[in-house]
Every structure is written in C-alpha cells, then in structure tokens.
Design a protein around this ligand. Structure first.
Ligand SMILES: Cc1cc2nc3c(=O)[nH]c(=O)nc-3n(C[C@H](O)[C@H](O)[C@H](O)COP(=O)(O)OP(=O)(O)OC[C@H]3O[C@@H](n4cnc5c(N)ncnc54)[C@H](O)[C@@H]3O)c2cc1C
Length: 381
C-alpha cells in the first residue's frame, strides 16, 4: 500500500498540529480552512496546555523553543470569590504551575509558521465529502472541489461537515450559555479590575450564576457571564445590536453582586457575543469507515469547564500522526487503532469536563467549587 494522500479539514489547533507532525515524518497533507486567512477572525481567548497532551504534542512537533516565546507561565493564577467579592480561594503563586497559558492567535501563528507555505488552503468552506467509486474521497467546497484523497481527517470543530459520514450524533445544548465580554488595556485603563482578576483566572459564583474573567496576553481580559437557561434565552434577553443595552442587561442580571465585580461589565468593550455551549455525548464513538476520521472537537466537543478541549485535540493529532508514521504500509490499520485508543482516552476526559460544569454551576452554590479547588491543590502538592 502506498503513502496516502491526506486532506485535513480545519486549521484549528488540532488540524494544524496534525499537519505539522505529518510534515515532520515526511508525509504530505493539505489543510483546507474556511476562513479567508489566518487573521480574519480573533481566534478566541487564552488556553492552558497540559503536560501529557498539549505540551507533549508541542514537544513532538519540535516547537518547544517557539512555544516558550509565546507561553505565559506567570498567568496561571486562580481565584474564587463569592458574589460580595469575598475571596474564598486563591493560588498563592500564579507562576508556580506546569500548565502555561497561551493566546490562541499566537498558537495558531506558531503552528502555521512551522508548515510549508502552501500547507493551508484558505477560503475553502467544506460543504460535503463525496465518495468516489474507487474508495477515495473528494472534498466539495462552497467554491469548488478538491481530491481525490485516500484519507480525509475532519478537524473542523463542533459542527463538523465530515462527522455526518461517520456518526448520526450532533452536539446537544448543555443548558449553559456564556455571554462573552472583553476588557482592553486593563492595566492602564482599569487597574482595579486588573487587580481583581489577578494573574490568571477569576471565578465569581452566586445566585446560580457565574462570572469567569481571565487574563490574556497584551493586557487583555476575556470573560464570560454564565447562565443556566434555554438555548434561545440570550437572543431574547440581550439586544446584541446595542452594546450599551447588553451591558445594562448584564448589570441587571447580576444586581446582587458587589460593584467591584460588576465593574467587569462596566469596563468591557463593545464586543459582546452569546456562546451557547454544546457537547457531544460522553463516550461518542463510531464504526470505522475507510478513508475518513475525526479529531478534536469534531470527534468529541465537550464542556469547556475542564479546560481540556484544545489539549485533547492536540493529543489526538499527536497520536494519529505517530500511528500513521509507524504503520507506514498500513495507514487504514493506523487510523482504526487511533480511533479505538482515542475513544477510550477521551471518554473519561469528557466525563470529567461535564462534571466540572455541574460543579461550577451547581444549585448549592460555591461550596462544591471550593472543595474541588482544594482537592486539586492537594493533588498537585
Ligand atoms: C467559550 C469557550 C471557551 C473555551 N475555553 C477553553 C479552554 O480554556 N481550554 C481548552 O482546552 N479548550 C477550551 N475550549 C474548547 C476549545 O476551543 C476547543 O476544544 C478547541 O479549539 C478544539 O480544537 P479543534 O482544532 O478540534 O477545533 P477548532 O478550534 O474549532 O477548529 C476548527 C477549525 O475548522 C474550521 N472549519 C469549521 N468548519 C469548516 C468547514 N466547513 N470547512 C473548512 N473549515 C472549517 C474552523 O474555521 C476552525 O479553524 C473553549 C471553548 C469555548 C466555546
């Protein structure tokens, strides 16, 4: 069997990591991405990479030096406050951990720089994957077609266009909606807010709601106001055409919270976005189909509370690339083994992430979160 012609759909962290690792093993692949270029959209907030997944993939990709240039080891702090602003928990040293933060845009830029110039085809929004008579696959985009490919890897996120060929499941609404907000130039313009958030992540819980605010690079804070509500609630409750109206609706929703906390909304810029949270069932899997597979969110989008999604995606890429390189002559067997191992590895992670959401949005308030944080600290000690 010859080397497969590989297409990767999606230039997220999972797809780009796979392309980089295949490139290192001398296997050609092409990434097809619907965005028109690397910088047309902000790639989102900060991520923490974990030792046995995200960081392991970075090492295998030979990008440790490049990663150290963009990693923020001193932003690993964690604070839990009640709604009055009382500190319930605080990590004593924000730089002591082994889960460095990195901005998504910087991570994408690092991975892109590690690929050949024509490694990513931009502006290619996949519409469908079409089977050919000889067992291979063509990719049909909104604006054209590419192929044939022996192996198509769907790394195209939660709403994957590759997944329907493998699995009938769609992500289900988790019951939680995030309203995202951002604060620019926080150290100069809002020093009290900068101090409140600290060097890392701030959680404030009360009244069955949650505010998370997290320091990103370039003195930016990204935050989420989190509600347990029906999926269409945010569109009815907030007028996103008017940032001022969103801001005052958020202030009304958090009326029982201390002023120091609601200052997060007063200080925010005008970019409010509703993010209803969807997840695939824990233990999602499929029967193998020759020439198709999935990785990352396309395979197992999960609650973001565990902070595992990007790490799982990068570990998927590392495992798939290693098996493809190892079983050079049997790429079909490599994909089958990757899927079997990935299903087993990710089920526990997805379960933990779902549980983390239940803990942080529990009906009995912040007590469970506090217990969880203390256990986490004891385990790390
Ligand atoms: C609010 C929120 C906060 C989060 N916070 C964290 C966190 O702190 N830590 C963490 O680990 N994870 C977090 N996650 C999860 C994390 O974002 C994902 O798990 C991670 O990005 C998955 O990577 P991926 O490469 O599989 O998919 P994605 O990052 O979704 O990338 C998919 C790529 O495919 C492209 N694409 C999509 N459809 C098509 C198409 N039809 N044709 C071509 N290209 C397409 C997209 O444009 C994108 O570039 C969070 C998620 C949310 C919603």
């Amino acid at each position: 069997m010859s080397t497969p012609r590989i297409a990767i759909v999606g230039a997220g962290p999972g797809g780009l990591m796979l392309a980089r690792l295949l490139h290192l093993s001398g296997m050609q692949s092409t990434v097809f991405e619907r965005e028109e270029g690397p910088l047309v959209r902000s790639q989102g907030g900060t991520l923490d990479l974990h030792e046995d997944s995200g960081l392991m993939a970075v090492r295998r990709a030979g990008l440790e030096v490049e990663f150290l240039r963009i990693a923020r080891y001193d932003d690993q702090g964690s604070r839990l406050l009640d709604k009055s602003g009382r500190v319930l928990f605080e990590e004593p040293d924000a730089s002591a951990g082994d889960r460095p933060e990195v901005d998504r845009t910087a991570l994408r830029a690092m991975l892109l720089a590690s690929l050949p110039a024509d490694g990513v085809q931009w502006g290619c929004a996949l519409r469908e994957v079409r089977p050919l008579d000889d067992g291979r696959w063509n990719l049909v985009f909104v604006n054209g077609e590419a192929g044939p490919f022996d192996l198509v890897v769907g790394a195209d996120g939660a709403w994957s266009r590759v997944r329907p060929l493998l699995s009938p499941y769609k992500p289900q609404y988790s019951g939680l909606t995030f309203i995202e907000f951002g604060i620019d130039d926080v150290d100069c313009r809002h020093p009290a807010v900068a101090q409140l958030v600290g060097r890392g992540k701030l959680d404030v819980q009360g009244d069955g709601k949650l505010v998370i605010a997290q320091r990103n690079g370039h003195a930016h804070i990204r935050g989420y106001a989190i509600f347990r509500v029906p999926a269409d609630w945010a569109a009815k409750r907030f007028d996103f055409a008017s940032p001022a109206a969103v801001r005052s609706a958020l202030l009304a929703e958090f009326a029982g919270y201390g002023d120091a906390i609601t200052d997060l909304f007063r200080a925010s810029n005008d970019q409010f976005v509703a993010r209803p949270i969807y997840a695939l069932p824990v233990g999602h899997c499929w029967a193998g189909r020759r020439g198709l597979t999935l990785l990352g969110d396309a395979a197992h989008v999960m609650s973001p509370f565990g902070g595992e999604g990007v790490n799982a995606a990068m570990r998927d890429a590392a495992e798939l690339a290693a098996l493809l390189a190892e079983k050079e002559k049997d790429w079909g067997g490599a994909v089958a083994l990757y899927e079997m191992q990935m299903f087993e590895r990710v089920a526990g992670i997805a379960e933990g992430s779902a549980e983390a959401a239940a803990v942080q949005m529990s009906h009995i308030g912040e007590a469970l979160t506090l217990e969880h944080l203390r256990q986490h600290r004891a385990a790390a000690a």
